[in-house]
Design a binder for this molecule. Structure first.
Ligand code: ADP
Ligand code: MG
Length: 355
């Protein structure tokens, strides 16, 4: 079942159109992320779902009901920001119980629900603590409990971990994922952090300049990037662009000194211009076996990343290719001459344009 759908939604502030005809469909119980660089329109999109902004055109549907003009407090949504607005003078229990008290629920019911929710966010026993005594991560978990206790159909989260240190971010990412699974509530999660979106989401939408460039599972987005923006925003990649030559049952593309043998030859036509994305970890350095593609290069830069090493390899026309290899105590040295190789099936075919 569809929890939230956006149909041709647009938003302008004055003459600036910041959300440009977005179509999205988020399933019930899904962890769905909006991922994109700062300023691409993620927050504006989320605020329209929450009811804090009205779309300039298009429809926002929640569980099949048109929501465009429904006020915030009448929507089955709850919003969590990076800066959690907890009530500083109330303790943990009272913060979480706040919304339930507004609904005049019985004391015993409130206690049970708050207790259950504090357990979900691993804060049982913290009921009487002042929220000012808590760490940033604990405060954010109180904010999550306070939102979830109202049993929203959809929880909207806008970069909720952005203010925390990296270690805590990683822990809360896993915890949020677990909370989402155990409650079954639909989450729409806004982030500019690509690894966060890839780890947490069932599906994600990659946004750029007010548009959705691609919607898919993390694996689809990474392995089958639909546009050059997606391929280069998600991790690192090498973009190779050139004209295809088809000869008998082989297709090749030439891009300066790179002659790439292409997979799925039947997809290509002689003379068409195409773009490939070649992930750094798919390129072998001095491969033991012959590969479909080979090119000479010189090591220009060696960056030790921990589990892997990222090389910048200079090819004959001066361009740099990213190549990533498992860490090795004896890496290739700057200036070393190497041969790079890759098999045709690892390049992601992005687009083709006729010339
Ligand atoms: P993101 O969350 O992806 O960083 P936003 O949705 O916050 O992006 O902003 C998208 C664009 O809309 C930005 O250029 C921002 O400056 C502009 N914008 C956001 N809110 C307003 C507003 N209330 N008035 C005018 N411009 C706005
Ligand atoms: Mg934002």
């Amino acid at each position: 079942m569809t929890a939230v759908s956006l149909n041709a939604v647009e938003k302008s502030f004055g003459s600036a159109k910041v959300v440009k005809s977005i179509n999205l469909s988020v399933n019930q119980g899904e962890f769905f992320s909006l991922l994109g660089p700062s300023g691409c329109g993620k927050t504006t999109t989320l605020r329209m779902i929450a009811g804090l902004e009205t779309p300039t055109s298009g429809d926002i549907m929640i569980r099949g009901v048109r929501m465009n003009t429904v006020p915030i407090n009448r929507r089955p949504t709850n919003l969590i920001f990076q800066k959690h607005a907890l009530f500083p003078h109330l303790n943990v229990f009272e913060n979480v119980a706040f919304g339930l008290k507004l609904k005049s629920m019985k004391r015993a019911v409130i206690e049970r629900k708050v207790g259950e929710m504090l357990e979900v966010v691993s804060l049982s026993g913290f009921e009487k603590r002042s929220v000012n005594e808590l760490s940033g991560g604990q405060q954010q978990r109180v904010a999550i409990a306070r939102a979830l206790v109202n049993e929203p159909a959809v929880l909207l989260l806008d970069e909720p971990l952005g203010a925390l240190d990296l270690k805590l971010q990683l822990r809360l990412q896993r915890e949020l994922r677990r909370i989402q699974r155990s409650t079954g509530i639909t989450f729409i999660y806004v982030t500019h952090n690509q690894s966060e979106a890839l780890t947490m989401s069932d599906r994600l939408a990659v946004m750029n300049d007010g548009r959705v460039e691609q919607v898919g599972t993390p694996a689809e987005i990474y392995l089958k990037s639909a546009t050059s923006f997606v391929a280069s925003f998600i991790g690192r990649t090498n973009l190779i662009e050139g004209v295809v030559e088809v000869e008998a049952d082989t297709a090749r593309m030439t891009d300066g000194p790179i002659i790439a043998v292409l997979d799925e030859v039947e997809r290509f036509q002689n003379g068409e211009r195409t773009l490939l994305s070649l992930r750094p970890e798919r390129i072998a350095i001095n491969p033991a076996q012959k590969m479909d593609n080979a090119i000479d290069a010189t090591v220009a830069e060696v960056e030790f990343l921990g589990s892997t090493i990222l090389y910048r390899m200079r090819i004959a026309d001066g361009r740099l290719l990213f190549v990533q290899a498992l860490a090795d105590s004896n890496p290739y040295a700057e200036g070393a001459s190497v041969q790079l190789g890759w098999n045709r099936d690892v390049a992601i075919f992005i687009r083709s344009t006729s010339i």
